[in-house]
Design a protein around this ligand. Structure first.
Ligand code: NAD
Ligand code: AKB
Length: 318
């Protein structure tokens, strides 16, 4: 297949937590018809399905990706299909197959069809030997298979950029907090579930200790960061473009529960750690995103209080 890069956008894993918000933001920017949402599963009534074109697409199907990109005139892929840490650690082979295999598949299609690729990384690239405030250059020795797949994903993105001139970019997202879609099976899911439990049941049983402190961000900030990175001139981006640390919040599960208790009368939370505690303990408390700030000038808008207010408002709105 010969490559022609068009104006349209393809999003893989579009029915997930990030895809739900990102597809909406991209459709507001480019128009509904220009953003093709895709996922391996059908979900009628979902905003990514209803608001514009939607196709069933397995990210392991390189030819299928290339065919859609060629026939629809796609120029950019936002590659969100993946298994997150909790689900991934339950089935490491599947996690490697989808996360690494899916990324290779997307990059191969991008090479063939001359596409730009946004492929997210994660704070899970860091392991227990990282400083508690991980910098861009801190060592990448994750102890989760999910984290390994993210380190490999960054390396693959660099390789396709250097060898084949594929324009690849990515952010090491922290735990993302949003209300439009459920969290997709990660360790940081407690920071989403707690809001729904507070409003629906008045109580949450949190699966990490109250002193568990992780990098976090409200979804609107994560979407803005993503679009801002993709809008940046290639000349502004340095060697970290396949996995930027970005400036984020950092708070403990206990601080989050307290901020919700201050606003939801009678809300109680208890803490019963499970295996996900181990994954959380292997990740840094916070990350230093100063390089992203320097190179493409991005900073978040939401702090813990405004994030909690927005989450409670969003879940309560019909
Ligand atoms: P999610 O689990 O909510 O969504 C992933 C989507 O991928 C799902 O809708 C699923 O059906 C789809 N999918 C799974 N296998 C597929 C396949 N073979 N082909 C096509 N689609 C498939 O995940 P998310 O939270 O939206 O995360 C998106 C990306 O961002 C992932 O790479 C994840 O590692 C990364 N990330 C997310 C967070 C976060 O807090 N949400 C944090 C760091 C990094
Ligand atoms: C997870 O918890 O697996 C994700 C992530 C930080 O990558 N939210």
């Amino acid at each position: 297949m010969s490559g022609t890069s068009g104006d349209k956008v393809l999003v893989t894993g579009a029915l997930g937590q990030i895809g739900t918000d990102l597809v909406q933001a991209l459709r507001e920017r480019h128009g509904g018809d220009s953003v093709i949402a895709s996922d391996i599963r059908e979900s009628s009534g979902h905003s990514s399905v209803e608001g514009g074109p939607f196709v069933i697409l397995d990210v392991l199907d390189t030819d299928g990706i290339s065919r859609i990109c060629q026939s629809e005139g796609v120029g950019t892929i936002y590659h969100l299909a993946a298994l997150l840490s909790a689900v991934g650690e339950r089935d490491p082979d599947l996690c490697r197959r989808i996360n690494v295999g899916g990324t290779i598949s997307v990059l191969e299609a991008a090479k063939e069809c001359n596409l730009r690729v946004y492929s997210p990384s994660s704070i899970a690239v860091f392991g227990p030997d990282s400083p508690r405030n991980a910098t861009q250059e801190s060592p990448l020795n994750p102890t989760t298979v999910y984290g390994e797949t993210k380190v490999t994903g960054e390396a693959l993105a660099r390789e396709y950029l250097e060898r084949f001139n594929v324009d690849t970019r990515g952010i090491r997202y922290p735990g993302l907090i949003s209300y439009k879609a459920p969290a997709g099976g990660g360790t940081t899911d407690y920071a989403v579930e707690i809001f729904h439990a507070a409003l629906n049941e008045g109580h949450y049983q949190c699966f990490v200790r109250p002193d568990t402190r992780l990098p976090m961000l409200y979804m609107d900030d994560a979407i803005n960061a993503t679009l801002s990175l993709m809008d940046s001139g290639a000349d502004d981006l340095g060697d970290s473009r396949s996995g930027y640390n970005i400036p984020c919040l950092s708070f403990s599960a206990g601080e989050l529960a307290d901020a919700i208790s201050d606003r939801v009368e009678g809300f109680t939370c208890d803490f019963v750690p499970d295996v996900r505690q181990e994954y959380a303990d292997s990740w840094p408390d916070s990350i230093d995103g100063s390089l992203a700030e320097e190179e493409w000038g991005w900073t978040p808008e939401y702090d813990l209080i405004s994030l909690v207010d927005e989450m409670l408002r969003g879940i309560s709105s019909p």
